[in-house]
Design a binder for this molecule. Structure first.
Ligand SMILES: Cc1cc2nc3c(=O)[nH]c(=O)nc-3n(C[C@H](O)[C@H](O)[C@H](O)COP(=O)(O)O)c2cc1C
Length: 321
């Protein structure tokens, strides 16, 4: 059984991966997507997306990080994958799920799911140049507009040598609207034998167990639910030993609160005070979805636009009882 932190562009960067994996319970991370067009990126780009390449492709807590690539052309995808592998990437993940119009118009992400042959060609080209001991994985949605395309796309990924396949159980057209259709995964399993990682709409420990039951997958990837509830992975690990009906999720706000000033300082060191301010507001807004205690704090700091004032207010509000 594996628990994976989902890649999220503009959210799950080095700082958030470091913060989240330090809390425990996460087996695997994936970077935000690195967009590949026709050129070979310089090494600095890979280090920017995946600073963990300096530390054995692992977070400081020791969790492996795969580098995710997004693009529609097999040759440049392969060349960039080979470079990331040379630089020590623990694995290469290929993004076939991005719904962004701009990305889709430029022949990347979920639009490729319309043509399983292209999923095959891209995955095969990447697999061919990445040393065999480094996994090449893929991440798909169920389809662009037709969920049944997941069957052919899963076969394409398997035939091309993908090590595992993460399935965000919605089409591109579904966007992020609940529910996630985990029930497609057992249908995919009738067609392929590679590991299928279930993804989409897991917000609580109970969701996790329902997802496992419906999808039949022991491996689950979680994105927004984990940002809103940072101890979710931890709680899931603990729930393995208990009766799920009786399992009580703990109110963790007093433990989460002190993470915020640490997160701000780490983001400031990583990029800039302005960046840190924006990211901390973003995280606090997500946290307030699951923790009512976060809301007054968010309301007070969201109107502050000056980073030093933001920092001192955050310190004051999070360190008091
Ligand atoms: C803001 C945002 C950014 C995302 N960026 C990526 C990305 O870079 N690569 C990717 O494969 N998926 C990306 N996703 C999709 C997530 O990895 C995940 O599949 C999706 O959020 C469903 O899982 P969840 O319901 O647990 O959040 C993104 C999702 C969101 C909301």
């Amino acid at each position: 059984m594996r628990l994976l932190l989902a890649p999220m562009e503009g959210v799950v960067d080095w700082v958030l991966r470091d913060t989240m994996t330090s809390l425990g319970g996460i087996d695997q991370c994936v970077t935000e997507f690195v967009r590949v067009t026709t050129t070979l990126h310089p090494k600095i780009i890979f280090h920017r997306y995946c600073p963990e390449l300096h530390t054995g492709s692992k977070t400081r807590a020791g969790t492996p990080v795969f580098v995710q690539l997004l693009g529609g052309q097999p040759e440049p995808m392969a060349a960039n994958a080979a470079r990331a592998a040379e630089m020590g990437a623990a694995g290469i993940d290929i993004n076939f799920g991005c719904p962004a119009k701009l990305v889709n118009r430029h022949d990347g992400g979920a639009v490729l799911l319309k043509s399983p042959n292209r999923v095959f060609e891209i995955t095969r080209a990447v697999r061919a140049v990445v040393p065999p001991h480094i996994p090449v994985t893929a991440k798909i949605r169920l389809g662009f507009d037709d969920p049944s395309m997941c069957l052919e796309n899963a076969m394409a990924a398997q035939e091309a040598g993908a090590h595992w396949l993460t399935v965000h159980c919605r089409t591109k057209v579904d966007g992020y609207k609940p529910p996630a259709y985990w029930e497609w995964i057992p249908k995919m399993r009738e067609k392929v034998s590679l590991s299928l990682i279930a993804n989409g709409e897991v917000w609580t420990v109970q969701d996790y167990w329902r997802c496992r039951e419906v999808s039949g997958s022991q491996d689950v990837m979680i994105g927004r639910g984990a940002i809103a509830r940072p101890f979710l992975f931890n709680e899931i690990q603990r729930s393995h030993g208990s009766q799920i009906e009786a399992f009580q999720e703990e109110k963790k706000w007093p433990e989460i609160k002190p993470l915020l000033p640490q997160f701000f300082l780490a983001s400031k060191d990583f990029k800039s005070p302005w960046f840190a301010q924006a990211r901390t507001k973003q995280w606090l807004r997500q946290l307030s979805l699951q923790h009512p205690e976060a809301k007054p704090l968010f309301d007070e700091i969201k109107v502050i636009h000056n980073p030093p004032q933001f920092e001192s207010t955050l310190q004051r509000l999070t360190l008091k009882n």
